[in-house]
Structure formats: structure tokens, C-alpha cells
Design a protein around this ligand. Structure first.
Ligand code: 5GP
Length: 194
């Protein structure tokens, strides 16, 4: 039987480069699955329903909460975001590692419910760099950027609660570092270190 896959929480403020790091991780490691979240925010240009997010109404989201169909959820910048529960167990039982790219309130809920998860916080090289990246993306208006910068400063305070902190200076380096962490954790979880 395949070893059970890891549940991995990856957090880090908007503008840390999480998306790019995750794309690299998925490209290089076909056993890793990325959970697709549900959200009530509008799609950005190029985002597709079911691929980047399940874009749902507030009513639909609140129904998912009532029916306990989400592992965790949080309100972030006035929008709901949550992790659909159903696919996670199947993937893990098949030996796939499951990556949740979620913010810190959700990260804390997952740690509480699934203490065997591995939590990784991705840090920007500096606050200035984070602001550059957020603005450089050019997908949000000024008010949204300000909200995200404020949220980022709050989120950075939570980094110490995570099992691992990784500074994202170079995407390839960061992806390698994360895979090393997962390799070590897999050995620990499968009892190969005694
Ligand atoms: P964005 O709107 O930039 O796609 O995401 C905003 C924030 O919501 C990011 O920090 C992202 O990690 C977080 N997020 C995305 N999906 C989920 C989710 O399912 N649950 C929680 N708690 N946060 C999420």
C-alpha cells in the first residue's frame, strides 16, 4: 500500500510569490496535488472556475459551511475563502501530498483539526519587495492593494506559528527547499527514522 500523503499548509502574504513557487512545485513533483479553494471574490483575468478557484456566491459559500463541506474557511479582505473537504482524504490515501495555499486564519484551523499537517510560511525577501510585487502584478486597484498590504503586515506576525519559515528569494531555490522539507517530513511520518 502506498504511504499516506502529507497535508501541507502553505501560507504567506499576497505578493510573496506563492503562486509562482507552487507552479514550480507542481511541475517538478507530479505526486503533489493542489487543493482548489472556493471563494466569493470575483475571478481575475485569466482565472478559470474549477482550476484556480471555485467561484461561488455568498449564499452558496454559506451553504457549504452549514453542510460542513469545507475543512476550513476564513474571511479575507471582505471575501470568503475555504478548502473543500472531499478530495483531500482520497488524495492522501492514494499517497499524494496535498498542498493547501491558504491564509493564516485557515492555517490555524487546519493545524487544530489535523495536527499531523506540515505548515510552511513563505516570507518575502523584504517588505519593500512585497509591495513591489503586489503593485507590479497590476491586477488590483489602489484600494485593494492597500487592503492587501495591511493584511500582509498582519499576516507576517503569524509566521512564527508555522513549523517552517522559508524566504522566497529565488523560485527554484524555494521550491527545492520546500521539497526537502516534505522529504524529511515524509520520513518522519512513515516512521523510517525509528
Ligand atoms: P487571492 O485573492 O490573492 O487569490 O487570495 C487571497 C488570500 O486567500 C491568499 O492569502 C490565499 O492564500 C488565501 N486563500 C486562498 N484560498 C483559501 C482557502 O481555501 N482558505 C483560506 N483560509 N485562505 C485561502
Amino acid at each position: 500500500m502506498a504511504d499516506r500523503g502529507l497535508l501541507v499548509v502553505l501560507s504567506g502574504p499576497s505578493g510573496t510569490g506563492k503562486g509562482t513557487v507552487i507552479r514550480r512545485l507542481l511541475e517538478d513533483n507530479p505526486q503533489v496535488r493542489l487543493s482548489v479553494s472556493a471563494t466569493t471574490r470575483s475571478p481575475r483575468e485569466g482565472e478559470r472556475h474549477g482550476e484556480h478557484y471555485f467561484f461561488v456566491s455568498r449564499e452558496e459559500f454559506e451553504q457549504m459551511i452549514r453542510e460542513k463541506k469545507v475543512l476550513e474557511y476564513a474571511e479575507y479582505c471582505g471575501r470568503y475563502y475555504g478548502t473543500p473537504l472531499a478530495p483531500i482524504e482520497n488524495w492522501r490515501n492514494n499517497g499524494n501530498d496535498v498542498l493547501l495555499e491558504i491564509e493564516v486564519q485557515g492555517g490555524a484551523q487546519v493545524k487544530e483539526k489535523c495536527p499531523d499537517c506540515v505548515t510552511i510560511f513563505l516570507l518575502p525577501p523584504s517588505e519593500a519587495e512585497l509591495e513591489n510585487r503586489l503593485r507590479g502584478r497590476g491586477t488590483e486597484d489602489e484600494a485593494t492593494i492597500q487592503k492587501r498590504l495591511d493584511a500582509a503586515k498582519e499576516e507576517l506576525k503569524e509566521a512564527s506559528r508555522y513549523d517552517y519559515n522559508v524566504v522566497n528569494t529565488d523560485v527554484g531555490e524555494t521550491a527545492r527547499e520546500i521539497m526537502e522539507i516534505l522529504g524529511r517530513e515524509r520520513e518522519k511520518h512513515n516512521g523510517k527514522q525509528g
